[in-house]
Design a protein around this ligand. Structure first.
Ligand code: SF4
Length: 251
């Protein structure tokens, strides 16, 4: 029997993070996450839910409730409807942590990519290298997080190291995103940057100042300038890009 998936939502929106900011993408958001980042903007995805929502018309937010778990055939049909109804530049697979459902993705990404001619953009916490191996052949871009412990409350340096090494060895375009806030420890930043330089010095690193919310501590302008300069001491490709979808009122 084909594996099923715990879905959160499918919708069409504007990518709000990283170097592909501004692209129109179809978002496939899967449920469940094994991390608890302090800055998480989607805690509703942490536990698989009984229901998901699926947009009927790209960008219209005319969601239909569906029961979880869902089948691969259902997801394929919903993605095809999005693809046929609008102009998109990629399918973003996000969460939660989408690699918790690597068995499902490994079974269905070959079918989805054969039917829908869009690149697969994987947004992940970057801490599950074994699961990454299951899906790598069907992924064109990996948006990988490095969770700085002082900011996220999560510590996964070795897993991030193995993850990046695997992605680079497979030749898949991979960039590393680090959320920074006022508490960012410079030593942690340096450790992460040295690791990235040792594996693939051409890697693009995105420093993403945390989006100001009730519990988040936005970095000062001086901190951001300083950390970018620090990062440039390690790597040539460093950009500072905040989340833009909250500014645009996007999902
Ligand atoms: S990995 Fe992503 S979804 Fe999970 S807690 Fe962290 S920010 Fe939230």
């Amino acid at each position: 029997m084909s594996p099923t998936a715990h879905l959160v939502e499918i919708f069409s929106a504007i990518q709000g993070e990283g170097p592909y900011v501004g692209e129109r993408q179809i978002f496939l958001r899967l449920g469940g996450c094994d991390l608890r980042c302090r800055f998480c903007d989607s805690p509703h995805t942490w536990r698989p839910s009984t229901h998901a929502r699926v947009e009927q018309t790209p960008g219209e937010r005319d969601f239909q409730q569906v029961a979880n778990p869902v089948t691969g055939s259902q997801i394929l049909a919903w993605l095809q409807r999005q693809f046929q109804g609008g102009r998109h530049q990629a399918i973003s697979i996000t969460g939660g942590e989408p690699l918790l459902q690597a068995d499902f993705l490994a079974a269905w990404l070959p079918v989805i990519t054969a039917q829908i001619p869009l690149p697969i953009y994987l947004e992940t916490g970057g801490h599950r290298p074994q699961e990454l191996a299951q899906v790598l052949p069907w992924v064109q871009v990996i948006a990988m997080d490095y969770k700085l412990p002082s900011v996220s409350g999560e510590t996964h340096h070795q897993a991030h190291q193995a993850f990046l090494a695997q992605a680079v060895a497979a030749g898949v375009e991979t960039f590393v995103k680090m959320v920074v806030d006022r508490r960012t420890q410079e030593g942690e930043l340096a450790t992460a940057l040295a690791m990235i330089r040792a594996i693939a010095p051409e890697t693009l690193v995105i420093l993403q100042p945390v989006t100001p919310r009730a519990a988040s501590l936005a970095p000062t302008p001086a901190q951001v300038l300083h950390w970018q300069q620090l990062a440039q001491d390690y790597l040539p490709r460093v950009r500072v890009i905040p989340q833009t979808h909250p500014l645009l009122g996007q999902l």
